[in-house]
Ligand binder design. Sequence first.
Ligand SMILES: [Zn+2]
Length: 403
Amino acid sequence: MKHFSNFNQLATLELAHIKDGRKLLPDDLSIIENASIVFDESTILWVGKTDDLPEMYSTAEITDFSDHCIVPEIVDSHTHAVFGGDRSSEYNLRLNGADYQEIARRGGGILSSMNSTRSLSADQLEQLAITRIERIRSFGVGTIEIKSGYGLDFESELKLSIVIDRLRVKFAPQVQIIRTFMAAHAIPPEFKNSEAYLTSVVIPLLIELARRKLIDQVDIFHEDGYFTSADVTLLAREAKKLSLPIKTHADEFNDNDGAALAASLNALSADHLLKISNKGIDALANSKTVGTLLPGTGLFLGKPQAPARELLDRGVKVALASDYNPGSCHFDNLLLLASIIAPQFKMNQAELWSAITLNSAHALGLTQQGALLPGLRPRFTIFKAPSLSSITYNWGKNMYAFQ
Ligand SMILES: [Zn+2]
C-alpha cells in the first residue's frame, strides 16, 4: 500500500466522471488542494486532503510530492506508431506548394509507408517503435493505442500485429499498450476494390489474430476511395462475432454519415469528424461512442479543424488524441497538442483534461481508469508543477515527473 502525499493539486475528475465526460464546466475537474492518494497495486483506496488521512492508511509507504500535481493518466487513444520509413521530404514538398496528386506522383503518401514497412523485419520495426514509445511516455502518456495498417497484406499485417503485441509485453505495466487491428487502412495496389481486399485479407487475418489473442480492437478507414459503409458494417459484424470492439476513422474528408454509422454499431469511438453532419453530432451525443478529435492532423497539413465547440455543447463525449503517424501528423506530444488547440476549440480546463484522460480512456473501453476515485485503477500522471493551469500554460515545457 502506497501513500503519495502533499500534492499542490490533485484533480480527481469526480464530477466529470459522474457526468460521463459530457457538457463539462471548469469545476468538474474536482480539484483537491494539499492532497494525498492511497493505493495498492490494482486499486485506488482513498483520495482527499493530506490532513484528513484516515488512521487505517497511516502505515502505508509514504512519498512526499510537495510542489507537484497529479491527474488521471494521460491516454493517447489514436496512434499509428509502428511504421517504416520517413516522409519528411513529403512534408517539405507540401510546404513548398505541392498538392496531394504531385506528392503521390513523386512516390509519397501511404503507399510509401507501406513499401518501407513491408521491407523491414519485425525486429527492425520493433526497435523503431520502442524509441517512439519512450518519447511519448516522456511527456507523461501512460496508455498508448497503436494501430497496425501500413503492411496491407496478410503477412505484413500479421507482422505488425505481432510487433504491437511484443511492445505491449515489453512496456507493461508502466505503459499500457492497446493493440488495434487496422489492416483496413487503405486498399493496397494488389486489389482493385475494398470489398475484395476485405474478404480475402482483412477478415481472414482478423479471425487468425483473434484466435491468437493478439489484438484488442478493430479499426477501419471509412472514407470515399477507401472503405464504404457496407465494408464498415461487414467488418463490425465479423468483429462482433469475435467479441472485439470496433472504432472507425469517420467523416474526415467527406461527410458520409460515418459518425452516425459508428454510433449505430456501438463503436468505442469515431475519430477525425472534420466533416461531421448535424445528424452525426446528434447520433454521437445520444450514444456511448466517443468523438475523438485529432487536431494535430489539421495543424500538420494546414487544414481546417473539426467543429469541436459544437460537439462539446451538444453533449458529445469528446476526446483528443495525437494521430501520431508518418504522413499526416508526425507529432507525438498529446499534452502540448491539447494546450495549443484548447484556445482555438474554446475548451475549458475540465474539457481539455477530460479529453486526454477520462474520455480518451473510455475511447479505448478502459472504464476502470480516467478518474482518481476509490475503486478505480491507480493509473495517473504526476507533474512537477505548482498548478494544473501552469501545466497547460507552459507550452512545450515538459513538466512530467513520475508515473
Ligand atoms: Zn488515424
